[in-house]
Design a protein around this ligand. Structure first.
Ligand code: SF4
Length: 352
């Protein structure tokens, strides 16, 4: 898969674009002023593999949490700012690693220019985050409707505004909850600009349906080489956003992290409770960082073939199971009630 060449920028200690690994990010969902809850969630996200975290900064006063959080945890924090450009300025003065502004909600080029000047002076990278639901009035008036073209036009206008003040540590997002419009906007923008792109389907929905929607949208873009950092927006615990993001990247071969479970859907031939085994296994392996293919197969039809191809695999028969490691049988005749524990043990042996 050939990735589109983009400018490389750095947020904290994380490179974005220019051929760097695609960065996984998420957003805190706690009240930012509840420091303990916020810090706990930051730690959970970091442990799950999140590489950049965004925090909502609804008021200028909220920016006081920035120095505390930065002192407590080593993960770049991006301030999410809408409406009031002074919050962006305050966040940068307080040492935020990067900011995300939505020019549509600030809706005043003069104010965005002020932000650009402070970003340049404080060397703060900026995401110009365009959302279809809040396109600036100027563009809406001209184009008549919020669509991919309007998003692209707005993004280009504001990247130019930043360039004019001499600051180009920028990334751009053009999000809609509609997949087709999102893909259209990113495709068009990426033909006109080489700024790194933060990609995502905004307001994708609940965990299950939102993950599917995000996978389709982000999958199309990533397959075309578009996207330098991803966020899966889900209604629910942000840990699921990180898990879903790594699944998307892993399934496209773009990042190798964690255990990839290959399991059969089961059918009338199956004599063992594969669903229970896989559900338990999924929980057990959720914190493993090392990349590993693990196959769990219900019968002789595809079982041995798939299990052989994985790093480690188990294929069940009527009462017994066979364990494979790197294509070779390592144990036969395993009583089915012992197979699950043996598989878990083998996985832990490999990753320890
Ligand atoms: S591997 Fe066997 S049990 Fe699993 S779905 Fe295929 S035929 Fe059914």
């Amino acid at each position: 898969m050939k990735r589109r060449k983009t400018k490389k920028i750095k947020v904290g200690n994380v490179f974005i674009g220019g051929g760097s690994p695609i960065v996984v990010q998420s957003m805190l969902k706690t009240d930012p002023e509840n420091l303990q809850l916020t810090l706990n969630q930051l730690k959970e996200l970091k442990n799950a593999g999140c590489e950049l975290v965004r925090i909502a900064l609804p008021y200028e006063d909220t920016c006081k949490v920035i120095p505390f959080l930065k002192k407590e945890i080593d993960i770049p924090i991006i301030g999410d700012i809408h409406f009031n450009h002074k919050i962006a300025i305050e966040a940068m003065k307080r040492g935020i690693d990067a900011i995300r502004i939505n020019p549509g909600t600030i809706n005043d080029a003069r104010k965005v220019k002020e932000v650009a000047q402070i970003a340049r002076d404080t060397k703060t990278p900026v995401r110009i985050g365009i959302n279809i639901g809040s396109i600036e009035k100027r563009v809406l008036k001209k184009n008549g409707k919020p669509d991919a073209n309007s998003m692209v036009e707005s993004a280009l206008y504001y990247t130019k505004l930043f360039e004019d003040v001499g600051w180009t540590e920028l990334k751009v997002s053009l999000k809609a909850s509609d997949i087709v419009q999102t893909v259209d906007a990113y495709r068009k923008f990426s033909k006109k600009s080489d700024y790194p792109l933060h990609i995502g389907i905004t307001e994708a929905g609940p965990i299950f349906s939102g993950s599917i929607k995000s996978s389709i949208g982000l999958g199309i873009l990533l397959y075309e080489g578009i996207g330098d950092t991803i966020r899966v927006s889900l209604t629910g615990n942000p840990l699921y956003e990180v898990i879903a993001a790594y699944h998307i990247l892993r399934d496209l071969g773009l990042r190798k992290r964690g255990v990839n479970i290959i399991s059969c859907p089961t059918c009338g031939r199956c004599k063992v409770n594969i669903t229970e085994i896989v559900t338990e296994l999924e929980k057990e392996i959720s914190n493993i960082e090392q990349y590993l293919d693990v196959a769990v197969m219900g019968c002789e039809v595809n079982g041995p073939g798939e299990a052989k191809e994985a790093d480690i695999g188990i294929a069940f028969g009527a009462n017994k199971a066979v364990l494979f490691y790197k294509g070779k049988v390592v144990k036969k005749g395993i009583p089915k009630e012992m197979a699950k524990d043996l598989l878990k043990e083998e996985i832990h042996n490999i990753v320890s």
